[in-house]
Design a protein around this ligand. Structure first.
Ligand code: HEC
Length: 105
């Protein structure tokens, strides 16, 4: 095996080990910090989210947002949502946004 292929193999192995951990971190952060407003399935159909009329993940306005725009909204705050910058790490914000985005599909 040449060096390039070996490096590619190692990178792939590393990614396979890290990806599920990130997904789990996203789910954990979402459940702890986001679910009370955005709902267990991103539909904001109960509790505080329903009272605040938070848009569901499937709303066209939400679906057209890019991941980067969502990360910015969560970091800096949006409407009645507080800014999470400083409260969560950038990695936690990214992971929870990625988890939120799975509900829009
Ligand atoms: C106090 C309630 C509350 C919490 C907690 C909260 N949000 Fe929000 N979020 C909102 C509101 C209100 C908006 C404004 C737009 C709307 O109504 O959907 C919003 C907007 C967003 C948007 C932009 C798309 C959209 O729905 O309009 C994303 C993405 C988002 N939140 C993700 C998160 C993530 C990830 C977390 C946890 C780290 C989180 N939110 C925590 C209330 C909340």
């Amino acid at each position: 095996m040449n060096t390039k292929a070996r490096v590619a193999g190692l990178v792939l192995l590393g990614f396979a080990a890290v990806a599920p951990v990130l997904a789990q971190e996203g789910a954990d952060t979402y459940k702890a910090k986001c679910q009370m407003c955005h709902g267990a399935t991103g539909m904001a159909d109960a509790g505080a989210g329903k009272a605040m009329k938070v848009k569901p993940a499937t709303d066209p306005d939400v679906k057209k947002m890019s991941e980067a725009e969502m990360i910015k909204a969560v970091s800096d705050g949006m409407g009645k949502m507080q800014a999470f910058k400083g409260k969560l790490t950038d990695a936690q914000i990214k992971a929870s946004v990625e988890y939120f985005r799975t509900f829009a599909k």
